[in-house]
Design a protein around this ligand. Structure first.
Ligand code: HEM
Ligand code: HEM
Length: 233
């Protein structure tokens, strides 16, 4: 769907072209999972490096319980919205599929990937324009972030299943992850390591989103709010 906006009041104004890229469920999913990730990283580190024990009667204080409760709630939210996002890849527009299907078989994909690597290294002088993601972003979003998200959900619910006990759904669905990775401590360590992948991705993601918004002659930040990508000349 193409939509042309005429900025007619000023004779110097250019004609901007916008296309509808991210549908409402994708945008909603993006912001909900982003908030869930922030809560998971913050409470996860509080679980790793707990605050000092508080004095007094044990039953008077539930601080660590609240920290774990927030972690598990955000964990459930992340898992549910991830499942909904997979569903939307089937029923949504072509851009909604990009997160899960990377055209590794296409020569053009790799040519444009090389251009993006040069563009991000300040070695290319012109940005290429995309409706959805550029090939480099798509690669990292699928193979780094989504794979890590699935891994964090599997290891998180495996640990959660230890608490809810044998026969609970989490234990039945994900209990096998514990012997697969060794033991409970190993799962904690892998889950902890995955946290650093999420943090590193988010830092690069924010840098790239802000940088491309400024330099690439197409809207980036506002696209994840309105859904429209606007191309400048
Ligand atoms: C990207 C998402 C997630 C991040 C960044 C994250 C982060 C963390 C971190 C850093 C820890 C402490 C690990 C350690 O050092 O022992 C932890 C523990 C844990 N996480 Fe997650 N987590 C995520 C997703 C989940 C999910 C989806 C669940 C499922 C409910 C979950 C359940 C747990 C459990 C049960 C523990 C152990 C709690 C304890 O030992 O008291 N996590 N998480
Ligand atoms: C305040 C923080 C964040 C901002 C400002 C932000 C911004 C954006 C923007 C502008 C896009 C669209 C890029 C494009 O136009 O192609 C995007 C996409 C995306 N972001 Fe973020 N983001 C944030 C946090 C996060 C976090 C924490 C994660 C996960 C760890 C994340 C994961 C993703 C993914 C997977 C996509 C691709 C969406 C899809 O294709 O369905 N973002 N983000």
């Amino acid at each position: 769907m193409l939509q042309y906006n005429e900025l007619s009041a000023d004779p110097n104004a250019q004609t901007l072209k916008s296309i509808y890229v991210y549908e409402a469920p994708v945008r909603l999913w993006h912001w909900v999972q982003a908030v869930a990730m922030v809560v998971l990283v913050a409470t996860g580190f509080l679980i790793s490096y707990p605050p000092p024990s508080v004095g007094g009667e044990a039953s008077d204080s539930f601080l660590f319980g609240y920290i774990r409760f927030a972690h598990f709630t955000a964990g459930y939210v992340l898992a549910i919205v991830t499942v909904l996002r997979i569903y939307w890849a089937f029923v949504g527009n072509d851009y909604a599929k990009q997160l899960f299907v990377v055209p590794l078989w296409s020569r053009q994909y790799w040519r444009e990937m090389w251009h993006e690597i040069r563009w991000y290294s300040f070695a290319a002088d012109k940005p290429l324009k995309y409706g959805g993601h550029n090939p480099l972003a798509q690669f990292f979003m699928c193979f780094v972030l989504m794979v890590t998200t699935f891994f964090m959900i599997a290891t998180g619910f495996a640990l959660y299943g230890e608490g809810t006990g044998e026969g609970s759904w989490a234990n039945v669905a994900f209990g096998w992850v514990i012997p697969l990775l060794g033991d409970s401590q190993a799962v904690h360590t892998w889950h902890h390591l995955g946290t650093w992948v999420v943090i590193t991705f988010t830092m690069i993601h924010l840098y790239a989103a802000i940088r491309e918004d400024i330099t690439s002659r197409q809207s980036i930040m506002s696209t994840m709010v309105s859904g429209y990508r606007t191309f400048k000349d």
